[in-house]
Design a protein around this ligand. Sequence first.
Ligand SMILES: Cc1ncc(COP(=O)(O)O)c(C=O)c1O
Length: 384
Amino acid sequence: MRPILFSVPFLTGMETGYVGQVLESDHWHGDGAFTERATQRLRELTDASHVLTTTSCTHALELAALLLDVGVGDEVICPTFTFTSTATAIAIRGATPVFVDSDPLTMNLNPDAVAAAITPRTKAVFAVHYGGIPVAVDQLIPLCERNGLAFVEDNAHGFGATYRGRPLGSFGDLAALSFHDTKNVAMGEGGALLFNNATFADRAEIIREKGTNRSAFLRGAVDKYTWVDQGSSYLPAELLAAVLCAQLEGFETIQALRHRVWSRYDLELAAWARSFGVTQMFVPPEVEHPAHLYYLMMPTSDDQQGLIRHLRSLGITATFHYQPLDQSPAGSRVGRTPFECSVAHDQAGRLVRLPLHANLSEEDVSRVVDGVRSYVPVACSLPA
Ligand SMILES: Cc1ncc(COP(=O)(O)O)c(C=O)c1O
């Protein structure tokens, strides 16, 4: 039986040619012509006036924390249900990640829990749009404004999504994208930092270029370049920018192929889900989701494991997702959790993600749908 993998990067057909052009040039390092082309395309797709490609979303988040001067003694509120990077970007500055529970419908930050977690030490909120479904920006942005907090979007999942017609990543003071090869647009490892506030611009390019004003020097704005600020090596090589460029130029194709899979899952699993008490991924009104992931909320944690095992026996890889950070060894050591995160703990133990990528054929999708439908949740399989 041919295995159906969980995630496989999609080739638009332009990648090899573009990488070849870089290899044949004398410019393999970052910020060459492909970086410029990819950056321009990202500006168009995200509505951000400033876009800096980075070596990962993790690094874009670190760059955001540096720009906001997050440091020792500060607290930054973030979801407990997220990837480690949302919190490591805070902890690596010596600040304290403060873990907050999820909204049960979206798995995103619960805005009431965020409000309750604010202290005089709170400096920012790092929010995630889980699965590209927007966090409660209508509540969180005014809350941040009232309390003088920066609002950062960890938009690793939401590239291509909109809320009320506005791209995710355009709501916060700063936003981070991921182009890891599990994402819709991939360059192996990579990301971008987005912002609209020009006051960040000079400092962001310095931090990204090892703390130097090399970018200003290359533009002819200064005679020599030197160490002027904090910094690290967050600039991706041109070889990877070439891959990113190819992917962005094929973005509409990638999205159409992924939406086809997402919509079939949603439609074809609806009756099965209803009859077995399984909850399908929720898309609120006025949201265009990015078809980044598709999940099912199983009735029990035994069913999470049961469905994953059942699909594995059929050659299909399905997975759970984040383990809540407040319960992780490092999170409990360096973070603070003011209130119990019972929603996240419960849902993390029941969520199953189905394979979703642009390479899945119609036949693959049918196999996944049939595989899921042939699973009977534990409570329903017990004799009455
Ligand atoms: C919410 C979230 N933030 C950040 C990251 C890290 O992205 P990257 O691998 O590009 O650093 C991930 C990875 O999947 C993620 O899910």
